[in-house]
Design a protein around this ligand. Sequence first.
Ligand code: ATP
Length: 446
Amino acid sequence: MVKRTLSGTSLETLVSLSKRRGFVFQSSEIYGGLSSVWDYGPVGVELKRNVKDAWWRSMVRERDDVVGMDASILMHPDVWVASGHLESFTDPLVECVECHRRYRADQLESDVCPNCGGAFGEPRQFNLMFKTFMGALEEAANTVYLRPETAQAMFVNFENVQTTSRKKIPFGIAQIGKSFRNEITPGNFFFRTREFEQMEMEYFCEPGTDDEWYDYWINFSMNWFKSHGIRSEKLTLRHHDPDELPHYSKASADIDYEFPWGWDELETISNRTDFDLKAHARKTGKDISYFDDQQKKRYVPFVVEPAMGADRSVLAFLADAYDEEGEGKQRRVVLRFHPDIAPFQIAVLPLSRNDRLVPTARRVYGVLRSHFNTQYDDSQSIGRRYRRQDEIGTPLCVTVDFETVDEDDAVTIRNRDTMEQVRVPIENLETAIRDQLDLMRADSQG
Ligand code: ATP
């Protein structure tokens, strides 16, 4: 059993590790970067893909009552009129009269500018939606918006999805996709960015059952993080005060994570009532309702929504996995990811690039890569390669040495967390790896 009290770390350490190991880079870095936009590198893209796949598996593939969809980022502009985003998706903006820096008024701790001590002008409401134009003419009539949430696509497609999937209420529609918000004060690495991916699910239920489903999805979401390795003591639930609720919500609760700078929002679960379906019905003149053929009655469903950011979850997984141990030459940085979240599950490492080892190492790699996300690494010394794999959180390293080719056709499996090494015949390797990964899964339940 691995100890789950990890050393934790600062944001600066995560930023430098991310750059050094290819998790995340600043966008357009060679041009000096673009504010609050980030790119995933070869390791980060695997991590993010695993986070999204794990969510999709739990939310869609393993359930009978949730189906998926994938909508376009651009939608009819009237969608945002009906949903209230054009009018209400705003943050209060204040500008310092001296240095002209801009801040979100609701996030300020003092009534003078934190940069220069100057006074603020009058607050004004700033709409967070990015605008662009569709077609050749850049005029108001052609304005379209980059969606600020993925949810609206599930509402406007409710009937299409319900009739084609033949799902009965209660059921949900899930989607993973890009959203854009022209945030006034982005920051904290890629915690709050202007372009990000969301993982959202809209669960349609009978009015009157919504409070029960709201509790259900709060529990589900909390357990999802824990069962994928986030430590329980780093998670907390915070119910919104009535004056904080978004315009569409009857009740909302945030799952907060203790990031290096403090507790901050990871996911919001909201009871959106029938607000959105009714708003689209009014705007389009269409009847968006559901006929319950058992109860022989028609109603507009209520909606409970777990909404989270894929990128923000990646940052939480990264921060939560970080650990340092040992002193001097023994010191190592290790990311203790759950095996389903780790960017790579296995690294195959020939002891050296010696011609006698390479064919066997490539053969082992060929077998393993069809079962696990596997990396082949033959550069530098074996010690350095172990350190590198620890730093990107690879659970198991498989080493091919001269004994393998000369004597026993067996390899060494080294465990990331315990650093224990066991020798396993190549013919049993896949099973041995599955067993070890299962143990590591059980160990990393939060
Ligand atoms: P915040 O208060 O942090 O700006 P929010 O409460 O407006 O976020 P929601 O509208 O509830 O966010 O969005 C659901 C989820 O989408 C959030 O919990 C977060 O994980 C993610 N998210 C929202 N805005 C951003 C952003 N600018 N960058 C990254 N992720 C975001």
